[in-house]
Design a protein around this ligand. Sequence first.
Ligand code: AR6
Length: 188
Amino acid sequence: MDAEITVVEGDITALKADAIVNAANSSLLGGGGVDGAIHRAAGPALLEECRAIASGQGGCPAGDAVITGAGKLPCKKVIHTVGPVWRGGGRGEAELLASCYRKSLCLAENAGLETVAFPNISTGVYGYPKAAAAEIAFKTVSDTLAELKGIKKVIFVCFDRENSALYRKLLEDRPGGDTPGFSDTGPQ
Ligand code: AR6
């Protein structure tokens, strides 16, 4: 059976998915935006795990991802991926952003996880244009799910109306798509 793709509007830290994805930075040591929200909600155990990974492998480059436990969050695992900083589009940003989605899904698959929630990676502090980022996210996730067997559901968690409208449109426009995968009642 095909994996399901859904779109919700809300705070990703509240989701009970098997894994939530964090839009981290290369240090893996926390920051603002969704990264800050995830670390605040998870508590110090998450930062300790990130610190151990960062000191072991020297941080995490853009386009790559690592997996940790979830501290006090209601999900089981956190996948930390580092999106590209938008520099005009000619510095490999699209490939790096696609790689974030693909590698995060592969980590989830290899960990035996079935439901994965993504924020809109790079579209905050890192400045990636939202419409272009949404198209890459949607296409990469759709293509990767077609290759993987274990993941049953991907949830795009949009924090703002603009992203939510973009993802809702992409869901409607896909072949055979309508809106059953959209929920505007929040992630719970
Ligand atoms: N739940 C879901 N989405 C959220 C939440 C939340 N609680 N909070 C913000 N967003 P950003 P980036 C959305 O800036 O652009 C950090 O400092 C937000 O509206 O969090 O990848 C890191 O440490 C936006 O759509 O991540 C890095 O230094 C999306 O999450 C840097 O920011 C991503 O915005 C990464 O920048």
